[in-house]
Design a protein around this ligand. Structure first.
Ligand SMILES: [Fe+2]
Length: 404
């Protein structure tokens, strides 16, 4: 009879350990996983009150990660020194009477009382303390049989490994989050530096204050409307900010000349996309195609542009967008040699050059987008605020932009 009871108990322990294995290897989050594991263990030994504590070496304490019957006291904490840890047997139970005399108990008397600890099992994985299991009074009997101690040791070992994995995962997640934060900081510094460059480029030209910023904004708005990916939109924005960097080497006298340019002066100005390309091609941008967009921002789809006289099929969508954004900003701002066009006139000019200088689809997307912004049909207007800043909206009733 006794043998039969022992066998039943053994089978129960084995099946419980199998349940525990399933719980700790499930895809649940660590707290839920540990709560389920704790319920399996308390079921194994008929303990209604128990807690699983996780050890944090940095804070030298153990805190309740999962509890049963101790939920009302989530703030329970055991202060644990390295010296206390050395006196612990690894993954083996320590009975209440043995615990009572230890420095650990004396230091945490109140916490043990609140936990209702009758049996304490320090959890170790690879000789490293990762937490502890506190078990309250048993419903069935007080003393643990040898076979139960063995089963508890096996369960403790599983819990310890699970806790250690959770700790490693947390460390890794923290590292990933920190790297992400560092990358974001670096990216912001990079963007700020490029914006400062753009301001320096525009500063040289009396008439083009913030031109680069506006071109970048218009180009990014069109790319967004065309469904470009976030990273590619950022690339064209950067290209917009830097497209005229080559003008830095051109004499201000030529750039700001009020009279008509001579052929030689025009040729000098026309070198700037190539110079921009030469300066920037040495930089390893974290975005694709930035330098190509910049090199080709004065190309036309009929092949009449510069510096490479590329035509429609040879030009990237980015270069075509940048070309239109640049030309549009030039139209609606004053230049040394002419006054700016009204918005209506600029629209007419875009329509006139559609299919020769500008790509037809991109012209349509740009004009539609601006109309939608003027009609309030977009979540966030991007072109309109820039036009408002340069006073390009005052004469324009939106309706005039709809004419064919
Ligand atoms: Fe340019």
């Amino acid at each position: 009879m006794e043998r039969k009871t022992d066998l039943t108990r053994l089978l129960f322990s084995i099946s419980s350990l199998a349940d525990l294995g399933q719980e700790v290897s499930s895809a649940k989050d660590v707290e839920e996983k540990m709560r389920s594991a704790l319920y399996v263990v308390t079921g194994m030994f008929s303990v209604p009150r128990a807690a699983l504590l996780a050890y944090t070496p940095r804070r030298r304490c153990m805190e309740v990660l999962a509890g049963k019957g101790v939920d009302a006291a989530p703030d329970i904490r055991l202060c644990v020194d390295a010296v206390h840890l050395k006196s612990f047997p690894m993954n083996e139970l320590v009975a209440c009477d043995d615990l009572a005399g230890s420095p650990l108990y004396e230091r945490n008397r109140e916490a043990f009382r609140r936990l209702g600890t009758k049996t304490f099992v320090p959890l170790f994985a690879k000789n490293e303390c990762v937490g502890a299991l506190s078990l309250g009074k048993r419903l069935s009997r007080n003393a643990y049989l040898r076979s139960e101690k063995d089963a508890l040791k096996a369960a403790a070992h599983q819990l310890a490994i699970t806790l250690q994995n959770a700790r490693l995962f947390l460390k890794l997640s923290e590292k990933v989050a920190e790297n992400k934060r560092l990358y974001e900081n670096m990216r912001q510094i990079y963007l700020d530096t490029i914006q400062a460059f753009a301001a320096a480029i525009d500063f040289k030209d009396d008439y083009t204050k913030n031109h680069s910023l506006r071109v970048a904004t218009y180009a990014a708005a069109v790319a967004g409307d065309l469904g470009w990916q976030e990273k590619d939109i950022e690339a064209i924005y950067i290209a917009g900010l830097l497209h005229d960097i080559g003008k830095i080497v051109i004499d201000s006298g030529i750039i700001n000349k009020r009279d008509e340019l001579t052929t030689r002066e025009r040729d000098v100005i026309r070198t700037h996309p190539q110079v921009s390309y030469s300066i920037l091609s040495k930089i390893r941008f974290p975005w694709k195609n930035v330098v190509q967009f910049i090199r080709h921002h004065h190309e036309r789809i009929d092949g009449g542009g510069y510096p490479d006289s590329l035509s429609e099929g040879e030009l990237s969508e980015g270069a075509k967008i940048l070309n239109l954004a640049d030309a549009f900003d030039a139209m609606v701002t004053d230049r040394p040699y002419r006054d700016r066009l009204t918005l209506e006139e600029a629209f007419r000019e875009i329509r006139r050059c559609r299919g020769t200088q500008f790509d037809g689809r991109i012209s349509d997307v740009f004009c539609d987008l601006l109309r939608k912004e003027m009609d309030g049909d977009v979540m966030q207007a991007r072109i309109l605020p820039q036009l408002r800043k340069i006073g390009a909206l005052q004469l324009e009733p939106a309706g005039t932009l709809y004419e064919a």
